[in-house]
Design a protein around this ligand. Sequence first.
Ligand code: HPA
Ligand code: ZN
Length: 326
Amino acid sequence: MNMTDFITQLPKAELHLHLEGSLEPALMMQLANRNGITLPYADIAAIKAAYQFSNLQDFLDIYYQGANVLQTEQDFFDLTWAYLLRCKAQGVVHTEPFFDPQTHTDRGISFKVLIKGISAALKQAETELGISSYLILSFLRHLSEEAAFETLEMAMPYRDQFIAVGLDSSEMGHPPEKFQRVFAKARAKGFKTVAHAGEEGPPAYVWSALDQLNVDRIDHGVRAYEDAELMQRLIDEQIPLTVCPLSNTRLKVFADMSDHTILKMLDQGVMVTVNSDDPAYFGGYVAENYMALYESLAMSPAQARQLAINSIKASFLPDERKLSII
Ligand code: HPA
Ligand code: ZN
């Protein structure tokens, strides 16, 4: 069996995927036409050509602009469904995607429109594709904690449709502790919590996500590698890191895939997982992320299998379901 087939047949969970980041250029064009929106790009090739980033903020500027084509419940359904078909093709049996409500509510789209479109696609995937999912509501950290509180309030009528809250967008200058109170409130309401930390930000942000936000998982977390004490804690407590290799190289967190530290972390006993982050922008879905590790870091089949097992273990699935998949 070749490596692509081997990776595809491994049952995997994806734990770090922004639905807005799965908006492929072709669908962006289609939705722009359907909604009478003029894009600043002549064609699909021009959209792809614009995806040159030198850091996280460069990417976010283009990502938020792309999300403007999403207007109706059907648009959110189509976006989510297209992603789920990719999951099916690549052996992703369970996914815990993020959505960024503020990206949409701040331009006048109602929370109800987006949650209904997304949830309908997730439900259909369960019955038609055999893919289970838990949704994660992510707060934008460049906005205020007050705005995050308002978003959580707005979401409460739909509380059975998401399992966790998260924290994403511009990391530098927006440390986790800025959101300490809203995360405490979300936990008190019974939600799981995750946060992006240690992508561009320092190891101190990972400490803060753990100690101030009490998160269940760290999204990215690759800069933890710089702090031996933090590495030991991640190992001792088996705190999952949702690592996104292609994202990290496209956003210059690592200069080259051959510099990526994920397999070193894996071999040291950190609970690392492989994910695609924003696949439409970074050049690949979860299988392409595994393949990049094989091609640039000589990932072995045993390491690939361990990464896939980690993804199931680090998910929010009940233990019985985890065991039945692994
Ligand atoms: N980091 C922070 N915010 C994001 C990302 C990311 O990788 N992708 C989408 N929003
Ligand atoms: Zn992310």
